[in-house]
Design a protein around this ligand. Structure first.
Ligand code: PEP
Ligand code: MG
Length: 577
């Protein structure tokens, strides 16, 4: 029977296909027994999973460094202790060997027993350690099912799951998955950004999806509106086809703008750079006349495999990127791994108490300068093939930029000595996405060659609102007077120094916000190629002089509703063609 499930569109596109439901690795496992002849194999499976988790934790422990090492180490030690706890291990073995329970159910029973012991303690601290038990047992459970989890992307199907990580997105798309629906998640997460980049329809924040969709149901999903229809009827199928036709018509209309300039009605050129993650993005950016690449997120190279790419592998990727843009400037961002971009190479710490405030971006690069040096060598070598700029993520103040520049100069000297042909001067810029960098910009702007405002993170850190937490609803939004004022101030400071400033957060790719960004003084945006022609269409319908005359009203807006009203009144009218 037809049912509709609401969700939030995170990567547009329509898909029609059978559902593949991937249950989370929760410990709601049903009671299951095994035969006496299966005991040894089941115990071997369980012990292998425990050993795998132990060695993962050991590897993480070995990589700890920097200011948080002590705190994180304590967590990991506690988890190791739990995994070595004789009570836990003997109990598990006994449940499998004597009671003939399957490994999953044995884990579940042991978890409940241990949790009961902790729950009965008077000390609130010990009671709160149940979280750790859940975590450790959950990891062993996940390890038991690791191979099944990897097999679940099936060509021609729509995956329904609780959550998705960026490293899974690429693999699923390559496996031919048509679209993804997740119960949690947010449109601003890195997984969503990657899905958009890969043109893979994604709906997030659909909490009822797992409860309502069954394996094999036919689904229609609309990645723009976030609508999920289970067992679509004739009207739904008609609407789906109409949407496909409309999409095609819109694409055709927009394609006429491929060779047109991104010029406002009063003749101001707005430079549109591309955020590019893949070869396809680069080709698309080139074909629609992007001014260059404004943001190449190198971490996605690191998310593709289990190995850290070496200098040669990185160099080839950056060189091909530069060659692909045939002389247009390419901005390569140094590694921004960490927080929700945990890789499988083990670089990012997995158990930071507060990962968004943890060792990510330039902080990780500073803690692992060997890694940064390799990356800078690869980028500088690529500069021999065309214009390159280097962008540093998560800068919080001057020291980080000074340190990166020092290393960059050394790398340039080394490569020159080694006989490489490289650019003489490579511009070095900072992402302005940590509020401290935005506020302190007047005192360290002279250390920078350009800035790029990362609104995705700037909003998160300025409003203390996790970009991945759907529970926060509208709280996470760039439409806040503090965000607009800070962006305006960064643009003013950059302009006073004649330094290029762009916005490369997701807001730049939403044509509805184009008037707002232009009113704040921006004349350079970096966005994914897929919405670039829509943004160009919006720019071509704007009279910048008139719009900027209305900027003071925008900056006076007192709340989100006031900003929305300003935006509604500033929407340009598109003339046909
Ligand atoms: C940003 O924070 O706005 C940004 C572009 O970087 P990322 O989304 O990769 O964190
Ligand atoms: Mg960011």
């Amino acid at each position: 029977m037809r049912k509709a499930v609401p969700g939030q569109g995170a990567s547009r596109g329509n898909a029609l296909g059978r559902a593949r439901v991937r249950e989370p690795h929760a410990l709601e496992v049903a009671e299951a027994r095994i035969g006496p002849h299966e005991v040894e194999a089941e115990l071997a499976r369980l012990h292998a999973a425990i050993e795998q988790v132990r060695s993962e934790i050991r590897a993480m422990r070995d990589q700890l460094h920097g200011a948080l090492a002590h705190e994180v180490g304590e967590f990991l030690d506690l988890h190791t202790l739990l995994l070595e706890d004789p009570e836990l291990l003997h109990g598990l073995d006994a449940l499998v060997r004597n009671d003939l329970y399957g490994a999953d159910y044995a884990l579940r029973l042991q978890r409940d027993r241990l949790a009961a012991v902790f729950e009965s303690m008077d000390d609130a601290y010990f009671r709160s350690r149940i979280e750790d038990i859940d975590h450790v047992i959950g990891r062993v459970h996940a390890a038991l099912h690791a191979h099944e989890a990897e097999l679940q992307g099936v060509a021609g199907e729509i995956l329904v799951t609780d959550a998705i990580s960026p490293s899974e997105i690429g693999r699923l798309q390559a496996q031919g998955v048509l679209g993804i629906v997740t119960c949690g998640g947010s449109a601003l997460s890195h997984a969503s950004i990657l899905a958009r980049s890969l043109h893979l329809p994604l709906i997030v924040n659909a909490p009822q999806a797992l409860g309502m969709v069954n394996d094999g149901d036919v689904l229609v999903i609309d990645g723009s509106t976030g609508e999920i229809v289970i067992e679509p009827n004739a009207d739904d199928l008609r609407a789906y086809r109409t949407r496909l036709r409309e999409e095609k018509r819109e694409r055709k209309q927009l394609r006429r703008l491929r060779r047109e300039p991104s010029k406002t009605l009063d003749g101001v050129d707005i430079r549109l750079y591309a955020n590019a993650e893949s070869r396809e993005d680069v080709a698309e950016a080139h074909s629609i006349g992007a001014a260059g690449i404004g943001l190449y997120r190198t971490e996605f190279l690191f998310l593709q495999g289990r190995e850290i790419p070496d200098e040669e592998a990185q160099f080839r990727a950056y060189r091909d990127l530069v060659l692909g843009m045939t002389g247009r400037t390419v901005t390569i961002r140094t590694l921004d791994i960490g927080a929700d971009k945990a890789d499988e190479t083990g670089l990012a710490l997995r158990y930071e108490p507060n990962p968004a405030l943890g060792l990510r971006g330039v902080r990780l690069s500073m803690a692992r300068t060997g890694l940064l040096e390799t990356q800078l060598r690869a980028i500088v070598r690529a500069s021999g093939y065309g214009p390159v700029r280097i962008l540093v993520p998560m800068v919080s103040g001057r020291e980080e930029i000074v340190a990166v520049r020092r290393l960059l100069v050394r790398v340039q000297q080394d490569l020159a000595r080694e006989g490489f042909e490289t650019a003489e001067r490579i511009a070095l810029g900072a992402m302005i996405e940590v509020p401290s960098a935005a506020i302190a910009l007047p005192v360290f702007a002279r250390d920078l060659d350009f800035v790029s405002i990362g609104t995705n993170d700037l909003v998160q850190y300025l409003l203390a609102a996790d970009r991945n937490n759907d529970a926060l609803g509208e709280l996470y939004s760039p439409l806040h007077p503090a965000v607009l004022r800070l962006v305006h101030s960064v643009v003013r400071i950059a302009r006073a120094r004649g330094m290029p400033a762009s916005v490369c957060g997701e807001i730049a790719g939403d044509a509805r916000f184009t008037p707002l960004l232009l009113a704040l003084g921006l004349e350079e945006l970096s966005l994914h190629p897929s919405p670039m022609l829509e943004v160009r269409r919006a720019i071509r319908a704007i009279d910048l002089g008139q719009l900027r005359a209305r900027a003071p009203a925008l900056l006076r807006a007192r709340d989100r509703a006031g900003i929305e009203r300003w935006l509604d009144s500033a929407q340009p009218v598109h003339l046909p063609g």
